[in-house]
Design a protein around this ligand. Structure first.
Ligand code: SF4
Ligand code: ZN
Length: 280
C-alpha cells in the first residue's frame, strides 16, 4: 500500500474503532491553517462526514492573516462551509493584547492563556452552530507530550481527559472533542500534507514559547533515537490503563454552569471568566 493510502486507512480505522462520529453527526472542525487541522478537515470530508470548519482569527499579525487566507482557499476548493470567529468582535481585542494584559498580573504562559480562550470560544460556537462533535488536529506527538507533561508535573489525573475522544464529561453544553489523527505522527502528517499540496503554513505560531512542552518534545525525540517505538508504546499503554485512571480520578461532581458566562465549568467561575476578571 502506498503512503497516502496507508495514512488515510489509519485515520479511517481510528474513527471507526473508537467510534468518533457517525455520518449524521454535524462535526465542526477547529481549523488553524496548519497541516494537522487541514488534514483532519480534508479526510472527514473525503470519508463522507457532515463537516463544517471553524477558525478563530486570533489577530496575531501576518501569521493569522495568512492562516485565515489558507483556510478560506481550502474551504472554497472543497466546498466546506467556513465560520470565522473574530477575537476583536468577541473580546474587544486581539489575543496578543489579552495575553500581555494577563501576563502583567500573572505568570501564565502565552499558550496557557490562548488555550483557555480558544477552548471556550470553540465550544460555545460549535454548540451555537448545532454541532455535536468538535474535531481537532491533535496528533500522536501532541498526545504523548501531554501525557508525559502531566506525569512529570505530578498531575496524572489530568490525563483522564485525553484519548481519541473526550469521554467523561457529562454536560449538554459541552461538545465532545474528537481527534481523528490520534495515531499519526507529526512527521507522517507533514509528509501527507506536502504530498497533498495543502495550502498550509508549516511555521509555528510566533507566540509559541511553550518552554516545558519543548523540553519534553526534545526528551522524547532523544529517547526515540534509542527506542524507536517509544511514542506508540506510551499511547498504547495509556489507552490500556485509561479506564482505570478515569475510575481513580473521576470526580463525582458534574460540570456546572459558570456563574458569569453560563458556559460549562468545573468550578463556579470558568477559567475564561477568571482571566477576564484579572483584566479588570
Ligand atoms: S501556539 Fe500558543 S499562542 Fe499560538 S495559537 Fe497555539 S496556543 Fe495560541
Ligand atoms: Zn465563564
Amino acid at each position: 500500500m502506498n503512503f497516502i493510502k496507508e495514512f488515510e486507512e489509519k485515520v479511517k480505522n481510528n474513527i471507526e474503532e473508537y467510534n468518533l462520529a457517525n455520518k449524521k453527526d454535524k462535526i465542526m472542525v477547529a481549523c488553524s491553517g496548519g497541516k494537522d487541522s487541514t488534514a483532519t478537515l480534508y479526510l472527514l470530508k473525503k470519508f463522507g462526514y457532515n463537516v463544517e470548519a471553524l477558525i478563530i482569527d486570533l489577530l496575531i499579525g501576518d501569521w493569522s492573516d495568512k492562516s485565515l487566507e489558507n483556510v478560506k482557499t481550502f474551504c472554497k476548493k472543497y466546498k466546506i462551509k467556513l465560520h470565522v470567529i473574530n477575537m476583536r468582535k468577541e473580546f474587544g481585542s486581539s489575543i496578543c493584547h489579552i495575553r500581555s494584559s494577563v501576563q502583567s498580573k500573572t505568570k501564565l504562559s502565552d499558550c496557557a492563556i490562548c488555550g483557555v480562550i480558544k477552548r471556550w470560544l470553540l465550544n460555545k460556537k460549535a454548540r451555537e452552530l448545532k454541532a455535536v462533535k468538535l474535531a481537532t488536529g491533535h496528533n500522536l506527538d501532541d498526545e504523548v507530550e501531554t501525557i508525559l507533561m502531566n506525569n512529570f508535573k505530578g498531575n496524572p489525573g489530568l490525563n483522564i481527559n485525553l484519548g481519541p475522544k473526550t469521554g467523561i464529561v457529562n454536560s449538554k453544553k459541552f461538545i465532545q472533542r474528537i481527534k481523528p489523527l490520534y495515531f499519526l505522527t507529526n512527521k507522517e502528517i507533514k509528509k501527507y500534507s506536502i504530498a497533498m499540496k495543502f495550502p498550509v503554513m508549516y511555521e509555528p505560531c510566533p507566540c509559541s514559547k511553550a518552554a516545558f512542552r519543548n523540553d519534553v518534545r526534545k526528551f522524547i525525540s532523544d529517547m526515540e533515537k534509542q527506542y524507536p517505538k517509544i511514542k506508540i508504546n506510551i499511547i498504547e499503554n495509556f489507552l490500556r490503563i485509561r479506564d482505570d485512571l478515569r475510575k481513580s480520578y473521576k470526580s463525582d461532581k458534574k460540570l456546572k454552569s459558570c456563574e458569569i458566562c453560563n458556559e460549562p465549568s468545573r468550578k463556579n467561575i470558568c477559567r475564561r471568566c477568571e482571566l477576564i476578571q484579572i483584566l479588570k
